[in-house]
Design a protein around this ligand. Structure first.
Ligand code: 3PG
Length: 220
């Protein structure tokens, strides 16, 4: 799969869901219940970040749940890349791109959402064929206004902003044309996962869905 095909595959998959929950899972034993809950709530695409000891095991468990498309986030090294491919991750997300990550990405059997924050980084990725990128950290970079600024001179790219996106600013990101979806931990906060607070997570998903629906209605 070349870089352009990777981007197109992720646009089709992530773009249709609009909000991608970012999950930090401390205990693999909660992975099955969590994946089933998300799939039940029509959240099929998720990103599990490699910031806990159980993350790779959790990806393997969640990828085995029917209907769950489990990607790996915070991928920053080639070693992690190999691990998540072995675990059955459906896609990889990186906060930025080093030469090593790019080399793995360009030879990847799974699609990658590579991170960019500056015009130079976006141009670098575009040069290699990527047209769909993660913008991280989106809030600190300047949010939707920053995305509009960066896509003025570089119009043929689209973003999944993450980092600082939440239920309050979600509509302003969805208003931004180059934003095909956003990622965030607010729906599935680490403390709620650790406490197995499934009803709390269900409520957060439903509240987010109503924001997305309301936003879509206001645009039609
Ligand atoms: C990421 O991994 O993209 C971010 O850490 C998620 O940021 P958030 O916790 O602000 O949603």
């Amino acid at each position: 799969m070349d870089a352009a095909e990777q981007s197109s595959a992720l646009i089709a998959r992530l773009g249709s869901q609009k909000v991608i929950p970012i999950l930090e899972i401390e205990n693999r034993q909660s992975a099955t219940d969590l994946a089933k809950l998300l799939v039940d709530e029509d959240i099929s695409v998720i990103e599990v970040v490699l910031r806990t000891g159980d993350a790779v095991a959790a990806i393997e468990i969640m990828a085995a749940v029917e209907g769950c498309c489990a990607g790996a986030g915070s991928v920053t090294t080639g070693v992690q890349f190999a691990q998540i491919v072995d675990a059955g991750a459906a896609f990889a997300v990186s906060p930025g791109v080093s030469p090593a990550i790019l080399e793995f990405a360009l030879n990847s059997p799974i699609p990658i959402l590579p991170g960019a924050m500056t015009p130079s980084e976006a141009l670098h990725l575009q040069h290699h064929g990527y047209h769909f990128m993660k913008l991280f950290p989106a809030g600190s970079a300047g949010g939707p206004d920053y995305i509009r600024s960066i896509t003025g001179p570089i119009p043929d790219i689209a973003f999944c902003p993450t980092g600082g996106v939440n239920e309050h600013n979600l509509p302003s990101y969805l208003d931004c044309k180059p934003v095909l979806c956003v990622g965030g931990s607010w729906i599935t906060p680490r403390h709620a996962i650790t406490a197995c607070d499934w009803s709390g997570i269900r409520n957060r998903i439903r509240a987010t869905r109503s924001i997305i629906d309301q936003h879509a209605r206001s645009r039609s």
